[in-house]
Design a protein around this ligand. Sequence first.
Ligand code: GSH
Length: 216
Amino acid sequence: MAEAVVLLDLWVSPFGQRCRIALAEKGVAYEYQEQDLDNKSPLLLQANPVHKKIPVLIHDGKPVCESLIIVQYIDEVWSDGAPLLPADPYARAQARFWGDFIDKKIYEYGTRLWKLKGEAHQEAKKEFIEILKVLEAELGDKKYFGGDAFGYVDIALVPFCAWFYTFETCGGFSVEAEAPKLVAWGKRCLERESVSKAFYDPVKVYEVLKQAYGFE
Ligand SMILES: N[C@@H](CCC(=O)N[C@@H](CS)C(=O)NCC(=O)O)C(=O)O
């Protein structure tokens, strides 16, 4: 019997995009269910009663929440495709460390660029550029974060490339000038169908974020 795989998601969500990219990388067929977060569906509330957030992957009726946990789940369940996480325990731990770093830093510090003003804004800009430089140093001259193969850390970060335009517009700096290798890596990732299909025009993303957060 065919498996039932459902993704509760929102088109512009970088967290949802991670799951879509991982599913596409593994060639998993699934039903996409766009959610209205202003009017959460009973299914979403039942599937993610703790956080009440998208994305949620429902596999044969069982929900899995939190995007990076979903990506790891996808990697383990559909293990016959190319692995997203390395097999070596130390390399796996390192990949999880960078996924966690991205989760803790990019969204939190990036949104400060439009939430804060004056001196605090200047400080946020400095901190955010530092985060980009840390990531750029970790990438180094590798093709992808894990080396030659596209994987977990790339999936964690790449949806935020569509936010770079918003970060630089609100922050008053150029991502490419500060972290050129990171921008080149983003373009390389976009050559993959799994990524390009989940990606949206950065200017459109800017308009959505502007409306959602009410910045000028
Ligand atoms: N840490 C979560 C973040 C998910 C998240 O923030 N989802 C947002 C949409 S992008 C959401 O569902 N927000 C609804 C709410 O906060 O009520 C993950 O990685 O899945």
